[in-house]
Design a protein around this ligand. Structure first.
Ligand SMILES: [Zn+2]
Ligand SMILES: [Zn+2]
Length: 238
């Protein structure tokens, strides 16, 4: 029973880590998380054959609690936030790690310190609230505000840091790393001459005309479904 529950949680964490690993901002955390999940799975699988089964299972749950906090940090490092709300990340990201650390401590010490359980619970509540907000964050807005003017928006991952950003058409900075992108729909006359370059610099987005998922390369690209043109320009300097 413990093994099945532990492996189910581990599978959910694995999904979060594998999804966030490719974004440069979360890669390091995701790798640490994958190692933690591996250790926890090892504990759950080995426990039935060991004499110290309860200790090993508790160790597995302790590691999973820390890994859960880290998965929260990885995910909320990348969720789309409006330009004026990105400071929320400074609270949201460490909050998960603190909650995970406190939970892990409470489990490993067998809840001998009731105050630690309270701390873990107090930290876990806002983490749970943050996840309850995910369905709202997951809905891409049709427009973003440029001062007082609404500008049609396009959502895709920043090609430099991997954060999910709602980009306005025209010139727009990444909410988190500040990389500037120039987005034209349909592609402007200038970009007609520039060849699509560097497939590594491609981004996944929904076509602004027909909303079909497509890949757009840096430079000019054409939607395979509706032939709408789009041009994306950015300078990559680290
Ligand atoms: Zn960025
Ligand atoms: Zn299209």
């Amino acid at each position: 029973m413990t093994m099945a529950a532990g492996l189910a949680v581990a599978a959910a964490l694995l999904w979060v880590y594998l999804r966030t690993r490719s974004a440069p901002r979360s890669t390091r955390f995701a790798w640490i998380g994958l190692i933690l999940v591996g250790c926890a799975v090892g504990c759950f699988v080995a426990a039935p054959w060991l004499e110290a089964r309860p200790v090993v299972e508790r160790l597995g749950w302790g590691i999973l609690a820390a890994a859960t906090g880290l998965a929260h940090a990885c995910a909320f490092n990348l969720v789309p936030l409006p330009h004026n709300r990105t400071r929320l990340r400074m609270i949201l990201v460490p909050l998960g790690m603190w909650a995970g650390g406190a939970g892990s401590f409470a489990i490993l010490t067998q809840h001998q310190h009731p105050w630690m359980d309270l701390v873990a619970l107090a930290l876990a509540l806002p983490v749970a609230a943050a996840w309850a907000c995910v369905p709202f964050l997951a809905r891409a807005p049709t427009h973003v505000q440029m001062g007082a003017t609404p500008v049609p928006a396009l959502r895709f991952c920043c090609p430099r840091c991997g954060t999910v950003v709602d980009w306005g058409r025209g010139v727009w900075p990444c909410t988190d790393c500040g990389l500037f992108l120039k987005i034209d729909v349909p592609a402007d006359a200038h970009s007609a001459s520039s060849k699509p370059d560097d497939p590594a610099g491609a981004v996944h987005l929904h076509c602004p005309a027909c909303h079909a998922p497509r890949i757009a390369t840096r430079g000019r690209s054409v939607c395979a479904q509706c032939q709408a043109t789009l041009s994306l320009h950015w300078n990559m300097h680290r």
